[in-house]
Design a protein around this ligand. Sequence first.
Ligand code: NIG
Ligand code: FE
Length: 387
Amino acid sequence: MTTRVLVNIGELTTNDPACGDGSVMGRMHDAAMVLDEGQVLWIGANADAPAGDEVIDVDGAAVVPGFVDSHTHLVFAGERSEEFEARMAGQRYDGGGIQRTVSATRGATSDELRRAMATRARALRASGVTTMEVKSGYELTVEGEVRLLGIAGEFSDEVTFLGAHAVPSEFAHDRDGYVDLVAGAMLERCAPNAKWADVFCDEGAFHVDEARRILLAAREAGLQLRLHANQLGDSGGVALGVELDVASVDHCTHVNDADLDALASCDTVATLLPGAEFSTRSAYSSGRRFLDAGVTVALATDCNPGTSYITNMALVIALAVREMSMSVDEALWAATRGGATALRRDDIGRLSVGSRADLLVLDGPRAAHLAYRPGGAVVAKVLRARR
Ligand code: NIG
Ligand code: FE
């Protein structure tokens, strides 16, 4: 196996408290690393760097773990820019536009969907995302959801069944019939093609009781659980997520103190999605409030055609810093180790011996450039371990 030695790392963020300054960021200066195609083999002082097959001199740049984007909806056809413009002019987001993407996606060939997905995945990877979760949810038929999960699985191991994204128009007068389908035949066909199950549990979407039923059936079918919760209102989704010990409750725009207390005393991560708040012109959730309460926070793009067509994780970090009162380090941790925790993974989101060799060389001497230069080309090089 070929070994690579990264030398002259000006500032290294490992997210490993056993490394460097002993903080949660595990920060070192004047560092070096040795990797092979799969994992990190050695981390230490630049002066002690051993020899390797290939030397990469990063010339004083900052190095950080690859981003873990734990929430995306990348398999879809069409676009909804008119809805975005209407929202910028004052219209409220209510989830109704999902039906437009469902129509477009049902009408697309698998090759069209695969090509569109590939373009988005390429953009995310170029922005520094080395692991991405991908959800279904834009066909809402048994065979359609199986098709979307299959395409998602060509790009990621973190694939999520989201049959409960909306009630499709053909079930508009038989909502219970659709919940029966999702928790029954659809789940049965989809479970072998997914790792996770998710439900859009919110005002105007699925109620807490419907979400509980679907998630319990999904767990029974061998899937792990995550949940869209409290994006549009204080809907009880966060409490349900904690009750079911889901890996992550996502959005959390509207939460009360009891939700925060509950989250702080369990393993469920709160995944905040400032791109959705940006693109729906909603008030940002307060990352500060979550962190001060002791909740584990992740940041993700939520890349989707309706509420957050964002393929740039550094921009998400910048939004969290500017709009959610998170420090740069808190936002960087949330976009790396936080995302990994939201996927219940220990091998990614950090750089320590034995972890995956997923890392970013930045164009700048400090990780702070990720938020300091919003929209800039701050990620200079992405190294991703062979899967
Ligand atoms: O995470 N909230 C539900 N799902 C997506 C949006 C879906 C859409 O509008 O197409 C989200 O924001
Ligand atoms: Fe989402």
